[in-house]
Design a protein around this ligand. Structure first.
Ligand code: CU
Length: 131
């Protein structure tokens, strides 16, 4: 009988210790997950990439959120540009493996071409969503 009660006390105290450590841990978890949120808006890193290959934009249709950055990279031997038909952005000629970043500032749909090869067409959609 004595052994059983000791056993129960041991179990109960172990349970209490677990409960206490769990409850004291949860506010700490919140604090640590809040920190990366505050440091989220890091500038100059591309969020997504458009490859210019075989006289095509890949992907030809891309949607990004306002504030996000798309990087164009030309992997062709020919020079290419990413030039919005309404003049919103213009990469100028990109040589082989040259990159150019564009950070979206205004929601809308922006058809673009390569000004060297105007048959090359792409579409950049800028959304309000925070993707
Ligand atoms: Cu081109």
């Amino acid at each position: 009988m004595k052994y059983i009660s000791y056993f129960f006390i041991a179990i109960a105290s172990a349970f209490l210790v677990i409960l206490l450590s769990l409850s004291s841990c949860s506010p700490n978890h919140k604090a640590t997950t809040n920190q990366p949120m505050a440091m989220k808006d890091q500038p100059q890193t591309a969020d997504t990439t458009v490859k210019i290959r075989n006289f095509k934009f890949e992907p030809a249709n891309l949607a990004i959120a306002v504030g996000k950055t798309v990087q164009f990279i030309n992997v062709d031997e020919e020079p290419h540009t990413a030039t919005a038909t309404d003049g919103t952005f213009n990469s100028k000629a990109l040589d082989t493996n040259q990159t150019w970043n564009y950070t979206a500032t205004k929601p809308g749909t922006y058809p673009y071409i390569c000004s060297v090869h105007p048959f090359m067409k792409g579409m950049l959609t800028v959304t309000n969503k925070k993707n």
